[in-house]
Ligand binder design. Structure first.
Ligand SMILES: Cc1cc2nc3c(=O)[nH]c(=O)nc-3n(C[C@H](O)[C@H](O)[C@H](O)COP(=O)(O)OP(=O)(O)OC[C@H]3O[C@@H](n4cnc5c(N)ncnc54)[C@H](O)[C@@H]3O)c2cc1C
Length: 466
């Protein structure tokens, strides 16, 4: 039988409907669709997709099990390397990783690996809800305590791995809610919060203790954690400090960092104000600055809050945008006005100090810069203004310095990232780190991979400690 060249499409909410709600946009495969898509996999011998996956999931093996309708085996294979598949199936940039190297690409669409992963993970989650008879594997207790700082994907993965090995793990989270960027950054319409909650419950079943409103560096220092009997500490504190361009007008009212804007909406449920306490400005004409996932999420959130017009201002061309291609496509379908090769130079306010215009310069592409992308060069005399009443700046984040400032001996790089080797070992014995706090803003799967490696290194460190 000839192999189907086209991937099975995933159903999704139509653009005109979804911009009026915060519900998830893609609806996932049903069993028949997943089976059809899995049947396209050629089970090639060289398995480039496994190499393309940052956590090396045995992708052909789980697809084969799915094709054989052995759903339990399929999800067990994924779980060997990925403890949060409901999330990675949704937000991993598969088009740049496993799917980018899929052999099927030579003749047609690559296999939709992420969609298949999502199908299996969602099915498993539903089953767990109905059938509580599959308790998490109970490891023999080691009676040794490990502290994890931060409950994002790095911290959650490290905690899960250590709990499975039998450690007593306590996760300290600065916010009142668990999940890191998965909860306060990525909006509900891309990653429903109930899914993150279900994954956290899985960890609670494993015996992990979560302490919220516990900002390490304030409530307790790392040194104090050791005094409290923790034998090792994993720092997965992310990169939550927003960057600004340093241009005039950034302190005008109505100019937000994407972090603040998305945290207000996602974590504090500002879109339900006054039912929830925290307000957020609902701009009519909004400018979002940046070209990554954070910028797309901010633009699409502003639209759902009722904006009439949302500009997305990005200084390079669309080809250089770091956002996932499918999210760029969805943003366009929803009517976001892409102003590429454009850079803001100042924000102009009214007499009350509220932003009312953004002045921009046109750009053209020059020589490649350190990132390998062609650098934007201003076009002299190309200034123009856009009328806006809200600006959201989404141009990257760096780690918050609170931990490094309160932990003498912990080495950090120039932009505040903690120095750690490939196993997460920092400059301090017993202190490990991974995820965005080490790499700077990156991806969910790389953070998870780092959490997993650090768990193995922590086990080795504690086992070998005299
Ligand atoms: C809006 C947005 C959209 C994104 N979209 C995608 C996407 O589509 N695909 C993708 O792969 N990646 C995406 N990313 C990036 C991805 O979410 C991050 O790379 C990932 O979450 C990093 O995980 P982490 O565990 O290192 O840190 P985080 O997820 O940032 O978690 C760190 C946690 O530590 C807590 N913390 C910080 N300091 C302390 C302290 N001192 N004490 C206690 N707790 C502390 C924080 O409150 C937070 O909960 C996106 C990021 C954002 C902001």
């Amino acid at each position: 039988m000839a192999v189907e060249k086209k991937a099975v499409l995933m159903r999704e909410q139509p653009a005109e409907q979804r911009i009026k709600n915060f519900n998830e946009v893609p609806l996932g495969y049903n069993e028949a669709e997943a089976f059809r898509e899995a049947s396209r996999c050629m089970q090639c011998a060289q398995k480039p997709c496994v190499e393309g996956c940052p956590v090396r999931i045995d992708i052909p093996a789980f697809i084969k099990a799915l094709k054989d309708k052995d759903f339990q085996k399929a999800i067990d294979i994924i779980h060997e390397n990925d403890s949060l598949p409901c999330m990675t199936g949704r937000v991993c940039p598969q088009e740049e990783q496993c799917q980018a190297v899929c052999v099927m690409k030579k003749v047609g669409d690559p296999i939709s690996i992420g969609r298949l992963e999502r199908f299996l993970a969602d099915r498993d989650m539903e089953n767990r809800k109905i059938n509580k008879a599959r308790p998490a594997a109970a490891a023999k207790k080691k009676n040794k305590k490990v502290a994890v700082v931060g409950s994002g994907p790095a911290g959650l993965t490290c905690a899960a791995e250590l709990a499975k090995m039998g450690y007593d793990v306590t996760v300290f989270e600065g916010y009142h809610k668990l999940g890191g960027v998965l909860v306060y950054g990525i909006p509900e319409f891309r990653l429903p919060k109930a899914i993150v909650q279900a994954e956290i419950e899985k960890l609670q079943e494993l015996g992990v203790i979560f302490v919220t409103n516990a900002l390490i560096g304030r409530a307790l220092t790392i040194e104090e954690l050791f005094k409290d009997g923790f034998e090792a500490v994993f720092v997965g504190a992310g990169a939550g400090l927003p960057n600004f361009m340093g241009i005039p007008g950034e302190n005008l009212s109505g100019v937000y960092s994407a972090n603040e804007f998305l945290t207000r909406v996602n974590l504090m449920k500002a879109y339900k104000f006054p039912e929830f306490d925290t307000p957020v400005k609902r701009g009519a004409n909004v400018a979002v600055v940046g070209g990554g996932n954070v910028a797309m999420d901010s633009a699409r959130t502003a639209l759902r809050l009722g904006a009439r017009h949302v500009y997305l201002i990005y200084r390079r061309s669309e080809k250089e945008m770091p956002a996932r291609i499918e999210e760029v496509e969805r943003a366009k379908e929803e009517g976001i006005d892409f102003r590429i090769l454009t850079n803001p130079v100042r924000y102009i306010g009214d007499e009350k100090g509220v932003v009312k215009q953004v002045e921009c310069l046109k750009m053209e592409l020059g020589e490649p810069d350190a990132s390998g992308r062609r650098s934007p060069v201003p076009v002299p005399g190309s200034e123009f203004k856009l009328d806006v009443d809200e600006v959201i700046v989404a141009i990257g984040n760096t780690p918050n310095p609170i931990i490094s400032r309160t932990t003498p001996g912990l080495k950090v790089k120039k932009r505040g990232e903690i120095e750690a080797d490939e196993n997460g070992q920092t400059s301090m014995p017993g202190v490990f780190a991974g995820g965005d706090v080490v790499t700077g803003a990156a991806t969910v799967i790389t953070a998870m991979g780092a959490g997993r490696k650090a768990a193995a290194a922590i086990d080795k460190y504690i086992s070998e400690k005299k």
